[in-house]
Design a protein around this ligand. Structure first.
Ligand code: CA
Length: 518
């Protein structure tokens, strides 16, 4: 990447030597007639983060960014002109039946030894970064009562248990009025099952149920380590069993919660290797800088996590689909490549059922931010995955059981992706944004990375990392990757809080339910 020192002179970034477009860097964009250092002259005004043609492109010619074709010119594009969505025809996605599988045999990176964080060890061997009581729910009907209880617990009980970070109701809209036996119902059910076992919840089983709903508590607590040896009444409360109305329900649930707070309060952080980190990466409100600054910086940090023996996952099916030909060669084995293809194929068919395709992903904000289509967005999105081999793949709602770089198949929706990464077992979440979002979750710290300094400066109390420093030359991509890696260890240890955590900005759990609603 070439960096030009004069802040006000027109500047663009070309990421790959074969690219015939560059991305305008200047905060105010470049005016018509603006001359870039290499003599290229803008033929019209081009906004920041939008693309300038670096050479004449003939009608039907390839428009190349990241070294990949992101579109075909619908009309001749002159050097120096603004390359907009209107002049591009989107390429077809790569076919799934003839992809190279596990062909790149990357030399394993030098192991990173000696990196640790302070975490909470769980009975199942996993490690939490926070000490939270998660209260599982089977159905939305219980949420009003449970929210009331949780509010009282925070006010009346938590101050007496200073080692407990929070009590969180695992509320959702599933559980009843759904085709619970449809094949795809397995997705929301296993999501709830696995979220209840997230490492940040300390292995304490507690389920609040209504009583008559379709989703039964026994589907979420099946006698594994979480409820092993416990009687049902020790971990389950059904509101319909209450003989003394709302007040009785509240009293009963408060009692069950307090018994668990007493256990959690005895826990202490201990020094554990960085390999116990399970980091979930995603992006939202992306712009054309996402693939230049924030996402590649996450990629550098992901490679460091892999070298430290940790688990790190990337997701977002529709933002991976157009780059699948770049990912299957990186699979650690043919089986992993096949699993990647299986998830893409399943999602293609899921979208087809709704008469849509991956192009439905891009938002008006993405386009305003210079991303013309899903192909260009995908190339930036997969930069999060770094260069490590892809060690494994989990389907939506499944738990990752392994180390290294994993693909956790999820929709790209911020809330659904975050929810499914919680089910996959993440104990730390990182989120890149170009347009800006206050996104946060109550179950894990969420670190937010801005793609542009302008956003980081406008939202200093919402953005944890300014990856725009890569553009201005204040930090290299490598330095930013190390900075993020160190931040993972500090935030996991509780030495630092992420902005969304400090401000208690929490989005809802949103389950992915591909099955019918009745
Ligand atoms: Ca997303």
């Amino acid at each position: 990447m070439q960096l030009i020192p004069h802040q006000d002179s027109p500047r663009y970034i070309r990421l790959h030597p074969s690219d015939n477009v560059g991305v305008v860097v200047n905060d105010q964009g470049v005016a018509a007639g603006g001359r870039f250092d290499d003599g290229l002259t803008a033929t019209c005004g081009i906004p920041q983060s939008h693309k300038v043609a670096l050479q004449d492109i003939a009608e039907g010619g390839e428009v190349v960014r990241y070294g990949e074709v992101i579109g075909y010119a619908l009309e001749p594009i002159a050097a120096g002109s603004w390359v907009t969505e209107q002049v591009l025809r989107m390429p077809e996605p790569p076919l799934l039946d003839n992809l190279p599988k596990a062909t790149i045999k990357a030399a394993p990176g030098e192991p990173l030894e000696g990196y640790t964080f302070e975490g909470f060890r769980n009975p199942d061997g996993s490690v939490g970064t926070r000490n939270i009581l998660g209260v599982t729910t089977t159905v939305q009907c219980v949420v009003g009562v449970l929210d009331h209880v949780v509010e009282r617990v925070r006010r009346e009980l938590l101050p007496r248990y200073p080692n407990v970070d929070d009590v969180v109701a695992l509320s959702h809209s599933y559980g009843c009025g759904v085709a619970i036996n449809a094949p795809d119902a397995v997705v929301p059910i296993r999501t709830l099952y696995n979220i209840s076992r997230n490492p940040n919840f300390a292995g304490q089983a507690l389920v609040i149920s209504l009583g008559c709903e379709k989703l039964q508590a026994s589907q979420l607590m099946d006698g594994d380590l979480l409820t092993n040896g416990m009687d049902e009444e020790d971990w389950l409360f059904r509101l319909q069993d209450s003989g003394s109305g709302f007040a009785g329900m509240v009293e009963q649930i408060m009692g069950m919660i307090e018994a668990r707070l007493q256990v959690l309060d005895l826990r202490r952080r201990e020094t554990v290797p960085a390999s116990e980190l399970v980091v979930g990466m995603q992006c939202g409100g992306s712009d054309a800088f996402s693939g230049i600054t924030a996402n590649p910086a996450l990629g550098v940090a992901a490679d460091l996590l892999v070298r430290a023996g940790a688990t790190v996952m990337f997701s977002e099916n529709t933002e991976v689909r157009d780059g699948i030909h770049l990912l299957t060669p990186r699979a650690a084995s043919v089986e992993v490549a096949d699993a990647l293809i299986r998830e893409m194929d399943w999602y293609d068919r899921y979208l087809q059922r709704g008469m849509a395709d991956r192009s439905a992903n891009t938002t008006p904000g993405n386009k305003k931010g210079g991303l013309n289509n899903i192909v260009e967005k995908a190339m930036g999105s997969i930069a999060k995955s770094g260069n490590s081999p892809i060690a494994g793949v989990v389907a939506p709602g499944e738990r990752i059981r392994g180390k290294g770089l994993w693909f956790c198949a999820t929709p790209a929706s911020d809330f659904i992706c975050g929810t499914l990464q919680l089910a996959a077992g993440m104990n730390l979440h990182i989120f890149t944004t170009g347009r800006g979002t206050p996104y946060g979750l109550s179950m894990v710290p969420v670190i937010k990375v801005a793609t542009r300094t302008q956003l980081a400066e406008r939202w200093p109390d919402l953005i944890d990392v300014d990856a725009g420093q890569i553009l201005s030359g204040r930090m290299t991509l490598e330095q930013m990757g190390w900075h993020i890696f160190q931040l993972y260890l500090d935030i996991a240890s509780g030495r630092k809080q992420a902005c969304a955590e400090r401000l208690r900005l929490h989005n809802d759990l949103v389950l992915f339910n591909p099955a019918p609603v009745t």
